[in-house]
Design a protein around this ligand. Sequence first.
Ligand code: NDP
Length: 242
Amino acid sequence: MNLEGKIVLVTGASSGIGQATALALSQAGAKVAVGARRADRLKLLAEDAPGEILTLDLDVTDQQSIQDAVAATVGHFGRLDALVNNAGIMLSGMILGADTTEWSRMVDTNLLGSMYAVHAALPHLLESKGTVVQVSSTSGRIASAAGAAYSATKFGITGFIESLRQEVTTQGVRVVVVEPGFVATELAGHITDPAMQAMAKTMADSIRTLQPDDIAAAVVYALNQPDHVSVNELLIRPTDQL
Ligand code: NDP
């Protein structure tokens, strides 16, 4: 896998899939800008990576913060070849009695945050004939009980990304949606409902989950294709997950 000379911005790179992806991209030769709110985690990532890493304070719910991150990436490296739109949160729970501020946080982060990032990066990606990699989810294809608001954000972003694909593919910009099943990360640790927390733990303990590296490898694969090949969708589940 050779991404020598490519410049990639990864959002949500301070843990889990984003962190593993940033490392894998660096190992493949890319120069990587990494954004998230936990700057200490990004600093450790930069120390571990074999190639050059630019760390960025990024809150994707703040449109200005995203614009600044894209501008800083292009300012530092001179171009942008790929955006990996990965930052996300999952606050699972039933609709009845839900704390709707959690819905707002998920919409702001998973849906609007990803949309703002595309908006900010697109002029640069049109120039470089680059790629958008959107981390969606199996929850963006199949909704289930206790996942309503999270699924709404992931169905939403998958729709947005398909529109984007149709707007830019003939201009040489490729668009990839990655839809992981259960990956062992910190994601479920932010769920506030104890019953939902317990369900996620039971699931994690009962199957061989995916690891962040499994998804990172898929992102590197998609970015490694020749210009005329556009890998539009990658659905990756643990073998043990229904
Ligand atoms: P983690 O919780 O490990 O990582 C989430 C990342 O998103 C962190 O780096 C976090 O950084 C970042 N993030 C959250 N909110 C913001 C924000 N407002 N601004 C900037 N960054 C933010 O979980 P995963 O690695 O599992 O999640 C990554 C993506 O993968 C998400 O989009 C998730 O929906 C998706 N996914 C995960 C699956 C799983 O089973 N784990 C399955 C399917 C999809 P920080 O807190 O430092 O800002």
